[in-house]
Design a protein around this ligand. Structure first.
Ligand code: SPD
Length: 362
C-alpha cells in the first residue's frame, strides 16, 4: 500500500467514530418530562448526540411548528393541538415499518388518540394525564378546616374559598384551552363548547377569582408546591406528583395531594411526532421506537409520575404509580374525564382575547 492509501485508510478509521458522533437528533419536549438517563442511554446505544430543548406551553410549540424550519426532529404536541397542526401540514406520516415497538402500545388508548389523528398516522402517545388540582394538605386545612372542598373545583373557582387561600398562594396554568373549559365545566356548561357566550361566562368566573391568584405559569408550580411557597395549583397530574415526591425527598414536612375534582377534568395525550422538515427523520423514528421499549417507557413513568400508553411497560411500572388513581384513573373516574375540543381560528381568537383579559385583569 502506498503512503497515500495508507494515510487515507488511517484517516477513514479515525473518521468512523467521529462521523457516528456527528449524527445529531434534535428533540423538543415538555419540561420535567423525561427520566434523567433516557437521553444518555439513547446517545450511547445509537452513537449520536441529542440536543434536548424544553417548553411548557402548547402555544409556544405551535408557533415554532407553524413558522417551519424549527430544526427539530421530534416534538410532543398535545392531541388537540396535534390535530390542527396535522391539518396545517406540519407533520410527516410515520413510517410504521420503522416502529416495531408499536406492538407494545395499548390499543384502547391509541384508539382514543386516533380521534385526533385518524389511524395514528402521524404520532404516537408519549405520556398522558389529567388537569386537576394539587394542594398543600396542611395549609388548606388550616384555612378552610376539615370541610375544605378539596374534591371540587370550588377550591379554586369559588371566590369565597379562593379568598381564604390567597395568602398561601393559588396558581393557575398559563393554558387558556384548559383553564377556560375547566371554569365552564364548574359552571355546569359543556367544557367542549366553542360557543362565544360559554367562553365569556368561563372568563367572567376566572376574573372573579383572579385577584386571589398569585401567578399564571405552567411549570414553576412544581418547585413552589414542593417548597411550600404556594398552596394550591391547577396543574398536570404528574407534575403535582413530582412536587409531592420532591417534598418527601426534602423531608420538609410539606404534604402535597392531587385530585381529579368530582365535577370532572380534562384528559389529554401528549404525542411524539416528526415535523415534515425534520433534518434527521430516520433517527427520529429510531428515537420514537426506542421510547416505546417497555423498559424505557416504564422508567420514564417511574421518574416523571405520568401515565403511559405502553401496555407492555405496565408490569415494570412502580405499583405505587400504577395503582395511583390520580395517575392511572379508575374506570369510574374515567367517566368524569373529558377530551379536549379542537379549536378553529375563530375559537382561538375568542379564547386568546379572553385569556389576555383574565391574565391582565382588564
Ligand atoms: N411537565 C410535563 C407537562 C406535560 C403536560 N402536557 C400538557 C398537557 C396539556 N393538556
Amino acid at each position: 500500500m502506498g503512503n497515500f492509501l495508507r494515510t487515507a485508510a488511517v484517516m477513514a478509521l479515525l473518521a468512523g467514530p467521529v462521523a457516528a458522533q456527528d449524527r445529531v437528533l434534535n428533540v423538543y419536549n415538555w419540561s420535567d418530562y423525561i427520566a434523567e438517563d433516557t437521553i444518555a442511554k439513547f446517545e450511547a446505544r445509537f452513537g449520536v448526540k441529542v440536543n434536548y430543548d424544553v417548553y411548557d406551553s402548547n402555544e409556544v410549540l405551535e408557533a415554532k411548528m407553524l413558522a417551519g424550519n424549527s430544526g427539530y426532529d421530534v416534538v410532543v404536541p398535545t392531541s388537540d393541538f396535534l390535530r390542527r397542526q396535522i391539518a396545517a401540514g406540519v407533520y410527516m406520516e410515520l413510517d410504521k415499518s420503522k416502529l416495531p415497538n408499536l406492538k407494545n402500545m395499548d390499543p384502547q388508548l391509541m384508539a382514543n388518540a386516533a380521534a385526533y389523528d385518524p389511524g395514528n398516522r402521524h404520532a404516537v402517545i408519549y405520556m398522558w394525564g389529567t388537569t386537576g388540582i394539587g394542594y398543600n394538605v396542611a395549609k388548606v386545612r388550616e384555612r378552610l378546616g376539615e370541610d375544605a372542598p378539596t374534591n371540587s373545583w370550588a377550591l379554586v373557582f369559588d371566590p369565597a374559598v379562593a379568598a381564604k387561600l390567597a395568602d398561601c398562594g393559588i396558581t393557575f396554568l398559563d393554558a387558556p384551552t384548559e383553564m377556560l373549559p375547566a371554569a365552564m365545566n364548574y359552571l355546569g356548561l359543556d367544557p367542549r363548547s366553542t360557543a362565544r357566550e360559554d367562553f365569556e361566562k368561563g372568563a367572567e368566573l376566572l376574573m372573579k377569582v383572579r385577584p386571589h391568584v398569585r401567578y399564571f405559569h405552567s411549570s414553576q408550580y412544581i418547585s413552589d408546591l414542593a417548597n411550600g411557597d404556594v398552596c394550591v395549583s391547577v396543574g398536570w397530574s404528574g407534575d403535582v406528583f413530582q412536587a409531592q415526591a420532591r417534598a418527601e425527598e426534602a423531608g420538609n414536612g410539606v404534604e402535597i395531594a392531587y385530585v381529579i375534582p368530582d365535577e370532572g377534568a380534562l384528559q389529554w395525550f401528549d404525542m411524539m411526532a416528526i415535523p415534515k422538515d425534520a433534518p434527521h427523520p430516520d433517527l427520529a423514528h429510531e428515537f420514537i421506537n426506542f421510547i416505546m421499549e417497555p423498559e424505557i417507557t416504564a422508567y420514564i413513568t417511574n421518574y416523571v409520575w405520568y401515565a403511559n400508553a405502553n401496555a407492555a411497560s405496565w408490569p415494570l411500572v412502580d405499583p405505587e404509580i400504577l395503582n395511583n388513581p390520580g395517575i392511572f384513573p379508575t374506570e369510574k373516574a374515567k367517566a368524569r374525564l373529558w377530551a379536549a375540543a379542537v379549536y378553529d381560528a375563530r375559537t382561538d381568537r375568542i379564547v386568546n382575547r379572553l385569556w389576555t383579559q383574565v391574565k391582565t385583569g382588564q
